[in-house]
Each structure stands twice: as C-alpha cells, then as structure tokens.
Design a protein around this ligand. Sequence first.
Ligand code: AP5
Ligand code: MG
Length: 209
Amino acid sequence: MKLIFLGPPGAGKGTLAAKAVEILTVPHISTGNIFRAAIAAKSPLGLKVKEILDSGKLVDDETTIGLVRERLAQDDARAGYILDGFPRTIPQAEALSGFSAVDKVLNFDIPDSGVVERLSGRRTCKKCGVNFHILFNKPEREGICDACGGELYTRDDDKAEAIRKRLQVYRDQTAPLIDFYREKGLLIDVDARPGIDEVVENFRKSLGV
Ligand code: AP5
Ligand code: MG
C-alpha cells in the first residue's frame, strides 16, 4: 500500500508511521528524518538545509522532490511505502503524481492547541529519530531511547518561535493539499486528537488492515 501522511507539525504522523510500518510491512519515508540525518552527518545536503529546518521554513521543492524520487526508486519501496511529511506543497504533489501512484492520503486532523502541547513536550532520539513525549509517551529511562539506547534531545524547531512559523507555513503551503487530494477521491480524514493507541485503532479501521 502506498500512503501519504498529511497533517500539521506535531500531529503524530511520525508516531503513527512507526506503528503502521509493522502492520503494513512497508518502509517509513520521512523527509524530515532524511534532512535531520544529513544535518547530523554534516553532508553537503545537511549543510545546505540546517538553517532552513531550524527556522521552520520549507526546503526548496527541487531538492526535496529529487530526494524523494531517488528514495522511491529503491527496491524496498516498490510495493508500498508511508510518505511522512511529503508532499508539502502543490508542486511537490504534482511532481509525485508523475513518478508514483498513491493509494490513499491520511489527513491528520488536530487543532493548533494540540500541536503546541505535543511539540513542546517532544523528545527525539539523536541516533534513530524515534519520538517520545515527556507526558504522553515517556521513555522507560529518562533521556534514553527505548528503541536503540540513543540520547534524546529537543529539536531546534520545537522551540516556540519555530513552532509558530511551521504552523503558518503549514496553513499557507501544505493545507491546500487537503482539497487537492480530496478532489482526487484519495483523502481519508483521521481524528488525530485521541491517545496513540486509539489513533492506531482508527487507522486500522479506516484502511481495513
Ligand atoms: P518534519 O520532520 O516532517 O516535521 P513536521 O511536519 O513539522 O512534523 P513533526 O515531525 O514535527 O510532527 P509529527 O506529525 O511527525 O509528530 P510526532 O509523531 O513527532 O519536517 C521538519 C522540517 O523538514 C520542516 O519544517 C522542513 O523544514 C523540512 N521538510 C520536511 N519535509 C519537507 C518537504 N516535503 N518539503 C520541504 N521541506 C520539508 O508527534 C509529536 C509529539 O506528540 C511526540 O512527542 C509524540 O510522542 C506525541 N504524540 C504523537 N501522537 C500522539 C497522540 N496520539 N497522543 C499524544 N501524544 C502524541
Ligand atoms: Mg515527524
């Protein structure tokens, strides 16, 4: 199954994707995770995008589209994938339709207040990128990733000013994708407000998996 997870920052896309890949056995492809890994490795891509990510703005379409096109050409993505955080603009969505046919688009529905609460308490693993929350999704040992033992940190774009910027960018550039995909008959609305287990259940029901 080829899925897009669409929604505002902090809606829980990455958290649900980590569970959904086990249900569907497809790769989780997060453009945000790819950019953060490049920044950590100080690769040319990482040096180019670091300031953009920290400020909460979007990386340019050409760079992002090229990266996803290459990733989807790999063997493990042939039969299916979860695209988390891509597309984020209409030009990205138009480009994607030229190289891959998506089955469904899950639209994560959550008010801004929920986003702020989730992002301000998020802790992310430096090593594997898995997300925790200081109240809603605590690691077994404080500051340590359950999955790989890596160190947990607060992302630079989870500070108040960058959160505001990302919400504005979402409204201006990404929210128009809701109608874009609804008109194509691909959109499924998901109530992203409940706890993680309930969101996973709703996901299973809405796709029949
Ligand atoms: P990206 O990494 O995609 O960031 P984002 O969209 O801002 O989303 P987040 O990862 O912040 O939120 P999420 O929905 O995954 O929530 P999570 O599961 O972590 O992108 C980062 C940056 O990269 C962008 O700003 C941009 O610069 C660049 N970029 C990426 N893609 C791009 C593109 N296509 N084009 C251009 N630039 C691009 O959950 C959040 C918190 O809530 C966690 O603490 C979690 O534990 C908790 N939580 C999750 N679900 C629940 C729940 N159901 N109940 C309670 N708590 C929950
Ligand atoms: Mg994410």
